[in-house]
Design a protein around this ligand. Structure first.
Ligand SMILES: Cc1ncc(COP(=O)(O)O)c(C=O)c1O
Length: 485
């Protein structure tokens, strides 16, 4: 198959005739100037059937949760129920215009209002905004509110944000973007935040601590109440990165652990698609003392009318055009309504059960650095394979492609050598988990008997190993550039 649709272009093969525009020609030379297109647009000339085949073939090269187990740790790639898609496509929702008069969109506002209420209930917070478009965007919104809180109290010496060394990269990046110095807090031998290190770093210069619980090693931060006390006693606030909420819904709530602000990734915990980088949704919830800073407008209920309220003078303002990614909110709302409170709790319990089942079955095959009860994900490493036959985590991840799996997250968290972070979400059956375990065991077996086979994997994919660094640093995204290389 050709690499690009341009290679399929044959002069005059597209017989579609687009009628000439009936509106008068407008002279754009003045407004567009030198940028006005002078010649023909070099579009590929391909007929409809070839175009459809080309894109259908491309779609078959992608791997998603509808193809099979996607054990990408931290990302929570769970099944996206099709009823959610159905709801989001209902014409009465999908066809709304954001500038419609409020009395014509009461149903949409009700969905936003009730989603916020449910998220408050699930997380133990007091108020929510649905505006942020992703987890990282939720972090940005939350940390901006932390800054606004300290600033408006005249507490301007708080210039540092604490972040554990196991944190996701978006945490320090967010703190930096908001203007904080980032200081790392060490993990201890249990894989949890080292309390002594935390104590030594707290002080009047600390704005807060960003934390995910369970953390990125899949372990519950059992000292969270003490940590929360310590941070609050020193005048700081606690930020909860909700990317790992899938492990604790209906069982534990960040609000009860002492967190002041949280974000929730609807595209992780609440069954909506990640969508190749977007649109996602990262609602932000706060306790009462941070509520004045939430983005506007806030959706509120006056008697039996839903309204947008802009009247919050201390708000950090808008963080997204209109009201967030509404379609994603509809999917999450449908997911919550379909499962109900008991179903959401059960989903979390199954996520934890699945992770512990896979971890237990990989014992003895892979090194497990923190071998204790995990939450929804866990870490194994290729330390033994590396030491005995120089087979690395990357080799194992590439080999999994030959078995038809998307690999787990690799080399993260950074504090574990040769890490593989495996998250088999609750939507996987025992049979599918057994298949995956068998593939991982088979690869470990090959690493001993025929290491070169694993080192040169993948063998059966359309492309072999890519130069990922070059692809990231020097992306070739235009046809003309592609033919030059
Ligand atoms: C622990 C953690 N925090 C934050 C994020 C950022 O979320 P998003 O990808 O929605 O921006 C992720 C995403 O993978 C994550 O795993």
């Amino acid at each position: 198959m050709s690499r690009l649709i341009f290679e399929k272009s044959r002069p005059a093969s597209n017989k579609m005739n687009i009628p000439p525009a009936e509106v008068g020609q407008v002279d754009m030379t003045e407004t567009i100037g030198e940028y006005l297109r002078q010649g023909e647009l070099p579009l590929p000339d391909v007929n409809e059937v070839e175009t459809v085949r080309h894109f259908t073939a491309l779609s078959k090269r992608a791997y998603g949760v509808d193809d099979g187990l996607y054990p990408l740790g931290s990302c929570t790639m769970k099944y996206n129920p099709k009823i959610d898609e159905w709801a989001a496509r209902l014409p009465g929702l999908a066809g709304l215009h954001p500038y419609q008069p409020l009395e014509t969109v009461q149903g949409a506002l009700q969905i936003m209002y009730e989603t916020s209420q449910w998220l408050c209930e699930i997380t133990g917070m007091d108020e929510f905004s649905l505006q942020p478009a992703a987890g990282a965007h939720g972090e940005l919104t939350g940390v901006m509110m932390i800054k606004a809180y300290h600033t408006q109290r005249g507490d301007t010496g708080r210039t540092t944000m604490l972040v554990p060394d196991s944190a996701h990269g978006t945490n320090p990046a967010t703190a930096h973007v908001v203007g904080y110095k980032v200081e790392e807090v060490k993990s201890d031998a249990r894989g949890l935040v080292d309390l002594e290190d935390l104590k030594s770093k707290l002080g009047p210069h600390v704005a807060g601590l960003m934390l995910t619980n369970p953390n990125t090693l899949g372990l519950f931060e059992e000292d969270i109440l003490e940590m929360s006390q310590l941070v609050h006693d020193s005048g700081g606030l606690l930020y909860y990165d909700g990317a790992n909420l899938n492990a604790i819904v209906g069982v534990a709530r960040p609000g009860d652990m002492g967190f002041d602000v949280v974000h929730v990734n609807l595209h992780k915990t609440f069954g909506t698609p990640h969508g190749g980088g977007g649109p996602g949704s990262g609602p932000v919830g706060v306790k009462k003392h941070l509520a004045p800073y939430l983005p506007v407008p806030r959706v509120e209920k006056n008697a039996d009318q839903y309204v947008f309220n802009y009247d919050y003078p201390q708000s950090i303002g808008k963080v997204k055009e209109f009201y967030g990614n509404f379609g994603v909110v509809v999917k999450a709302y449908t997911y919550m309504r379909a499962l109900g409170g008991a179903g959401l709790k059960e989903a979390s319990q199954h996520a934890v059960l699945n992770a512990n089942y896979v971890k237990t079955n990989l014992q003895g095959t892979y090194h497990i650095p923190f071998d204790r009860l995990c939450k929804h994900e866990f870490i194994v490493t290729a330390k033994e394979q590396m030491d005995s036959s120089k087979v690395s985590t990357l080799d194992i991840a590439k080999s999994l492609l030959d078995y038809g799996y998307h690999p787990p997250t690799i080399y993260f968290p950074l504090i574990v050598r040769e890490a593989m972070m495996i998250e088999p979400p609750e939507s996987e059956s025992r049979e599918r988990l057994d298949d995956f375990i068998a593939a991982m065991q088979d690869i470990a077996d090959q690493a001993v008997k025929n290491p070169d086979l694993v080192k040169n994997a993948p063998h059966y994919t359309v492309v072999r190993r890519l130069d990922e660094v070059k692809a990231a640093r020097n992306p070739v995204v235009r046809w003309e550039e592609a033919i030059d290389v």
